[in-house]
Ligand binder design. Structure first.
Ligand code: CO
Length: 491
């Protein structure tokens, strides 16, 4: 009985979050340019209100009441998750929290300017302040071994820095060694399939068709365009996708679309009764990213997928008729070291993440100063990818994350890649004729597998436990290594 009040309270707060998400989606898709500053204030006001409701004494009272009664297992999990968030936020002094919000929005603006002008000095003092505040926040929350654990726990509950270091150690050695060989095997075509001139409107129409074929429910979502593709989880029956279609390149918008489809499918399949509660979201950012990466890379870059997708591409863009399935497949799978993380392929991608993790972990633990950052960045690029950026715009200034204070987020991308490979092998042994299904475009058994094993569980489990339950095995990074070996080295 008493847990009911807590759940009602949480659902009420989540409705403010829904409103704010919708405003944010609008800001990035449709909003007139001049509305920017007012909109930011409106979103800030709503978020602040939701935050105050959450850290109120009333929440603490409801948690106490809920704990005093007998709890069903799902309600136990609700209380556990709320308590964790509540005690974390309660420990951060309100003034510090507010200063951090203000500083990070300033620092994002400084980062934009620094990137445009290719001048790290503009960003340096802002980043220094963000890191200083972040360390103060970590100190007030408290930690056992490593400051970075606190950051990691926000996105990947339960994962420790020391585990991540071990995962990276092995994977890095493997990747650094195989990348040159794989590059040799996946040379780009002289005339690329995906390069040319492609009507953006036609790309949008084709994207709509693909989403329907993959199983995206347009009664509960929509497709729009935005500068950076994203998925907006607005609320019950409303999970929207955006992509960004380029006139001169067909693969950019297409793979972004498939990626976002994976995120959206996850959110759409979360049980209705979890909505508005802490259970009503993905298990972690890494698990979320595993869903997008699964569709983008493991399905979307497989040979079977191109047997299915080629005729659709050719119907929308008849000029592609001269390309074979093999050529579509090969061109979607060119491995080439690049300076920019977001343009990198599924093999080299994790190297970009390792570099960022090592740098941010050192920054947070005072083993590296902001001043040294560009030099260290370039040295690590040389070591892992054998490339050196000629400017900071394509180097240390390329990502927005640090300016917004999102330290600890980068590993989610790598974990997503690793989880998705393990999920793939587990699914293959459960779903018979996997490749045939994909080549026929019959995705229902795959969608259902993901729904049953992953999506329906919402945030009932921490990521590692979810992986164990879904795949029947402990989290095992060798699945990713096996996937790369099988796909690119024919092992
Ligand atoms: Co993503």
């Amino acid at each position: 009985m008493s847990v009911k009040l807590l759940k009602e309270h949480l659902k009420r707060i989540s409705k403010f979050q829904s409103a704010s998400n919708l405003l944010h989606w609008d800001m990035l898709t449709n909003m007139p340019v001049a509305a920017g500053s007012w909109r930011a204030e409106v979103i800030g006001e709503i978020s602040a209100h939701a935050f105050e409701l959450f850290i109120s004494d009333y929440t603490a009272e409801l948690i106490d009441k809920a704990e005093s009664g007998d709890l069903a297992s799902q309600d136990k999990r609700v209380v556990e998750l709320v308590k964790k968030d509540y005690s974390r936020l309660k420990k951060i002094p309100y003034e510090l929290y507010k200063t951090f919000q203000i500083e990070t929005s300033r620092s994002q603006k400084a980062w934009e300017e620094a990137k445009t002008k290719d001048n790290f000095d503009i960003f340096e003092p802002y980043l220094e302040r963000v890191i200083k505040l972040l360390k103060e926040i970590i100190e007030s929350i408290g930690y056992e071994d490593n400051r970075y654990d606190v950051l990691l726990d926000r996105y990947e509950p339960g994962l420790k820095t020391s585990e991540l270091v071990n995962i990276i150690k092995e994977l890095k050695t493997f990747l650094v060694a195989v990348v040159p060989e794989i590059e040799e095997k996946t040379l780009p075509l002289k005339r690329g399939v995906f390069e040319g001139c492609f009507s953006v409107y036609k790309q949008y129409k084709m994207a709509e068709e693909f989403l329907k074929l993959l199983g995206y429910d347009f009664n509960r979502g929509r497709l729009d365009t935005s500068e950076h593709p994203f998925t907006a989880f607005i609320g019950l029956g409303d999970v929207r996708i955006t992509s960004n279609f380029k006139l001169d390149n067909l693969s950019h918008g297409f793979f972004a679309l498939i990626h976002e489809f994976g995120h959206a499918l996850y959110d759409l399949n979360i049980p209705q009764e979890f909505y508005g509660l802490p259970l009503g979201e993905g298990a972690s950012m890494g698990i979320h990213e595993s869903q997008s990466r699964f569709w983008e890379n493991i399905i979307g870059r497989s040979f079977s997928f191109w047997e299915f997708a080629r005729p659709i591409f050719v119907r929308h863009f008849p000029q592609l008729d001269s390309f074979t399935e093999e050529e579509f497949y090969n061109d979607a799978n060119v491995v080439k070291r690049s300076l920019i993380r977001v343009y990198s392929d599924e093999v080299t991608y994790n190297l970009h993440i390792m570099l960022r993790f090592e740098i941010e972990e050192a920054l947070i633990n005072d083993r590296l100063s902001v001043k040294e950052l560009p030099g260290v960045w370039n040295a690590k690029m040389k070591e892992y990818l054998n490339l050196v950026p000629i400017n900071n715009r394509d180097g240390v200034l390329q990502d927005v994350h640090w300016s917004s204070g999102a330290f600890g987020y980068f590993p989610s991308y790598m974990l997503g890649n690793l989880y998705s490979a393990q999920i793939y092998y587990a699914m293959r042994s459960d779903v018979s004729e996997f490749d045939e299904l994909v080549s026929k475009g019959d995705f229902t058994p795959i969608v259902n597998w993901l729904k049953e094993k992953i999506h329906k569980k919402g945030k009932l489990y921490d990521p590692k436990e979810l992986i164990r339950i879904a795949t029947g095995k402990e989290f095992d990074t060798s699945c990713f290594v096996r996937y790369i070996k099988e796909k690119y080295l024919g092992v």
